[in-house]
Design a protein. Structure first.
Length: 208
C-alpha cells in the first residue's frame, strides 16, 4: 500500500555519518568507550537511577551495553552518549524509540550522584535536542517521566520542554504502574529554556 506522505528522513540519514561529539555548555557529549564501563556500572548501582530506569547492570552487562550503541546507530534505532567534563563521565543521555520516517525520538538520561546539582542534565538535554533538530533533522523530541519524579520535570522545563499532559498508568516501575508526564519540543519552537540553576529538593533527574 503506497504511502501518501513520504518519509521525513530517508533510511541511511544516520548510518552514513559518524556519531558526533556535541558541545554542551561546558560539558561534552561523546560516544561511549569501553573504558567507561565502571561509570555505567556505578550509575545503575545508584538507587535513584535504578528506581526510575528499572534495571541494574553487572560489569558484563555494562560491557555489552556500551558495545551495543554503535550497532544501534548503524541500524538507526537509537543513539547514546556519555556526558563528560575534564573529570570524566558525569552521566548518560540517549535517543531511543527513534523513528526517522516520522522524525520522532524519545530522550532518556541520568546523572551520577557526585555530579548532581550542577545543571548537568538540562545542559546535556538542551545540547542533544539542538543537534537532533539542526544536525540530524528530527521534527519532534519527547521526554516522559513519572509524576513522582519532580526533579526530572524541572530538568525538562529548564531545557525548553513544555509539559503536554499526563499518560495514565503508562510506566511500570518496581512499585507498580505510574502515571507519566509527557514533555516535548518541536523543531522551530521558540527557545523556552530557563536558567539551569542547581536542581535540589528531589530525586535524581532521570526520566522513567
Amino acid at each position: 500500500m503506497p504511502l501518501l506522505v513520504p518519509p521525513l528522513m530517508a533510511p541511511g540519514t544516520m548510518a552514513r555519518r559518524p556519531q558526533p561529539e556535541i558541545d554542551a555548555d561546558g560539558l561534552r557529549l561523546r560516544p561511549w568507550r569501553p573504558a567507561d564501563r565502571a561509570a555505567v556500572v556505578a550509575g545503575y548501582a545508584d538507587p535513584a537511577i535504578r528506581r526510575w530506569h528499572c534495571r541494574s547492570m553487572t560489569d558484563d552487562e555494562a560491557r555489552a551495553w556500551i558495545a551495543g550503541w554503535p550497532e544501534r546507530w548503524r541500524r538507526e534505532t537509537g543513539a547514546g552518549w556519555a556526558v563528560v567534563d575534564h573529570t570524566g563521565v558525569l552521566g548518560q543521555i540517549s535517543l531511543r524509540r527513534l523513528d526517522l520516517a516520522e522524525g520522532l525520538a524519545e530522550v532518556s538520561y541520568w546523572v551520577l550522584p557526585a555530579a548532581r546539582g550542577r545543571g548537568v542534565a538540562p545542559r546535556a538535554l538542551a545540547a542533544l535536542t539542538g543537534w537532533a533538530f539542526t544536525g540530524l533533522g528530527l521534527h519532534r523530541v519527547e521526554l516522559s517521566h513519572s509524576t513522582a519524579n519532580p526533579a526530572s520535570c524541572r530538568v525538562a522545563l529548564r531545557a525548553g520542554f513544555p509539559a503536554e499532559g499526563t499518560k495514565r498508568g503508562e510506566g511500570r516501575h518496581a512499585d507498580g504502574w505510574h502515571d507519566m508526564h509527557l514533555h516535548a519540543r518541536l523543531r522551530g519552537d521558540p527557545d523556552q529554556r530557563t536558567a539551569t540553576r542547581p536542581v535540589t529538593g528531589g530525586p535524581a533527574p532521570a526520566p522513567r
